[in-house]
Design a protein around this ligand. Structure first.
Ligand SMILES: [Cu+2]
Length: 75
């Protein structure tokens, strides 16, 4: 399992947070999605065998929330 923190500057309110959760949560391999509105940050816990980080970034981009940077760890 891997955990990644994504900086997503366009997050501005709870609507953004729920849109992001709804875009990511149904994807195979996603274990948990946390959106920090104040910090403009998305924390994703996922199975890196099922889902690549680039795919997560692409999904956010498609939703209208481009990722500025990502910091991750695999545990
Ligand atoms: Cu919003």
């Amino acid at each position: 399992m891997a955990t990644t923190e994504l900086d997503v500057p366009d997050i501005s309110c709870d609507h953004c947070a729920s849109a992001i959760r709804q875009a990511l949560t149904p994807q195979p391999g996603i274990a948990a999605v946390q959106v920090d509105v104040a910090g403009k940050r998305v924390t994703v816990e996922y199975d890196e065998r099922l889902l690549a980080l680039t795919r997560i970034e692409a999904l956010l981009d498609e939703e209208g929330y481009p990722v500025e940077s990502a910091a991750g760890s695999v545990a």
